[in-house]
Design a protein. Sequence first.
Length: 315
Amino acid sequence: MDLFVNTVAPLRLPLIVAPMFLVSSPELTIASSKSGVVGSLPAANARTVESLDQWMSQIHGALHEQQLPWLLNMIVHKTYDRFDAEVELVKRYQPSIVTTALGSPARVMESVKSYGGKVIADVISPAMARKAVAAGVDGLILVTNGAGGHTGSYNPLAFIAEVREFWDGPLGIAGCISTGRDVLAMRVAGADFVLSGTRFIVAAESMVAEDYRDMLVEACMDDVIETKAVSGVKANWMRQSLEKAGIDPNAINTAGIDFSGNISTANKAWKDVWSAGHGVGSIRSKQTTAEIVDAMVAEFSAAVESTRDLLNIYR
């Protein structure tokens, strides 16, 4: 993967801590990048453009001198009314990577590439991947079945194989990446890097309520429910959270996604109902970001050694 060639120190794992709506904070972004992976922030987490300006300044100030990479996730839908203002902040603070969602990455391509940044598109199907490649992206993130929040439909192994038929550039996988073993498995399957989200929700630096962390520590995969009932779009949610909010997962919600940028009202469901991916069973305790990364590095190393043993057996 050549996405991080300008960094001073090599990454400890080919891992991006996923940009999570109403979860990722500037502190989580900074702690992730300083721990040897790539931190990220969804621009929409800041309630106002002024707040986003402050957050991006904070991240830039903490990471720029060491040339540590970080990622900004942007909504690029044509109805998102903060888009132009956010692009101006991207030009000012120059995040290493910009990922796009809910629209064409072409809208940010010129601005990001003007300072040497990389543009990666989140895609949920091979058809979307082809469109992103045609738009000139530097990389793809395949959002697969089991991802927390808005989720994909496809198995990661099959998804990787099909996209690799027409794309040999940087390729990432999002969905169910919760351990170092998962990271190695996706590398072997043909991905260059991964995104891990759910395991980092419990991090001390995330912006979630303590009850959310407690729920994740106690949960298993059976507690993750895919439903459109919350936002009108297919997403994975914690069963206990749905029950607490009195939401029937079988209910029909045709509201769809609101792109107004008014997080305090239009996206209230995401604050009151909590999401998680299928990998939630890997969470056993609350930790700091650095402790989570250390654990995943150790798991990755152990998995590599185990793979060497298997090679000796099956040669």
